[in-house]
Design a protein around this ligand. Structure first.
Ligand code: B12
Length: 255
């Protein structure tokens, strides 16, 4: 199969450019509101565009779904993504690497910080029941997991990380209203930098559905995981960053 360099969205026929978008405008629902939705769609590069759904949300707002063909092209050669730079390991391989190279457990602290109470994501990664058919980090014999749950204050997280001698701190942020996920994460990473010498700081990992994988530097963390992240990916990353460079020790090899 030849790889195309320039592509367009596919709707009914190849390359017809059809897309569907939804948004809300702060106007009451009437014909003028639908005209406003079409104007926005055209400015977004949809031409022709069609309002296929419009529903009032209270007296002053309208929710729209608009369907149409976009005029823009995608240049595949200019697409930039973050490739996983470490191998995916099985739980057995993770345990063996930690046991033979670190010769102690990796201590992992997890929490939702700020006012965020969405714990399902962090639990998917940490709880033994796991996610997407993979067991969570609690299942790994060589990982000690301390899950602090929801709405943890940053100073409390730092204090607990110090008390537990954490190797890695895993933070979840789901709510994005007023950029809470970005602000909370920056506050967290700044607090760890202030509280630890740079060579002793635990690995800082943040996750949530509305982060971009390429945001780590901007947020001051070591890694960002996003939609669909699995426990195995996270465990493999921990091995890669905490354990992989260390030599295998003879004593542990024999046990
Ligand atoms: C369940 C849910 C709730 C539950 C949460 C229960 C709980 N214990 O978690 C309840 C009912 C409490 C709730 C409350 C609220 N919710 Co709510 N909720 C949801 C919902 C429906 C599902 C979220 C979820 O569980 N996803 C499943 C998990 C598995 O996915 P995930 O979080 O993305 O996690 C994966 C990855 O992102 C990643 N990951 C996540 N965290 C981490 C961390 C690390 C370290 C790593 C490595 C990976 C990782 O790994 C996971 C597995 O792949 C979403 C809508 C949706 N469909 O997503 C709204 C949603 C998140 N909620 C929303 C809102 C607004 C609220 C409320 C403010 C509503 C209100 N007005 O009261 C409150 C806020 C409460 C609070 N203080 O936080 C909005 C957020 C909008 C925004 N822009 O911020 C959403 C998007 C709904 C919407 N469309 O409006 N909610």
């Amino acid at each position: 199969m030849t790889r195309k360099k320039i592509v367009r969205p596919y709707g009914d026929t190849t390359g017809d450019g059809m897309v569907q978008v939804s948004f809300t405008l702060p106007v009451p629902h009437d014909k003028r509101a639908e005209g406003a939705a079409l104007q926005l769609a055209r400015k977004m590069g949809m031409d022709p565009a069609l309002v296929v759904h419009a529903k009032p949300v209270g007296p002053d707002f309208t929710f729209f779904v608009v369907y149409g063909s976009v005029t823009h092209l995608v240049d595949m050669s200019a697409v930039k993504v973050l490739e996983r730079e470490y191998p995916l390991l099985t739980p057995k391989e993770v345990n063996a690497a930690v046991k033979t190279r670190l010769r102690r457990e990796i201590v992992v602290i997890g929490a939702c910080i700020g006012t965020d109470a969405h714990t399902v994501g962090i639990d998917a990664i940490l709880n033994i029941k796991g996610f997407a058919g993979e067991k969570g980090l609690e299942y790994y014999r060589e990982l000690k997991v301390v899950n602090l749950g929801a709405q943890v204050l940053v100073p409390d997280l730092v204090a607990r990380a110090r008390a537990e001698k954490a190797d890695a701190v895993l933070v979840s942020q789901v709510v994005t209203q007023r950029d809470a996920h970005l602000l909370n994460t920056k506050e967290m990473s700044a607090a760890f930098r202030e509280s630890y010498p740079s060579d002793r700081r635990p690995l800082l990992v943040v996750g949530g559905p509305r982060f971009g994988e390429g945001m780590a530097d901007e947020l001051g963390v070591d890694r960002v995981f996003t939609r669909g992240a699995t426990p195995g990916e996270v465990a493999s990353f921990l091995v890669h960053r905490i354990v992989a460079g260390r030599p295998v020790t003879t004593k542990a090899k024999a046990s």
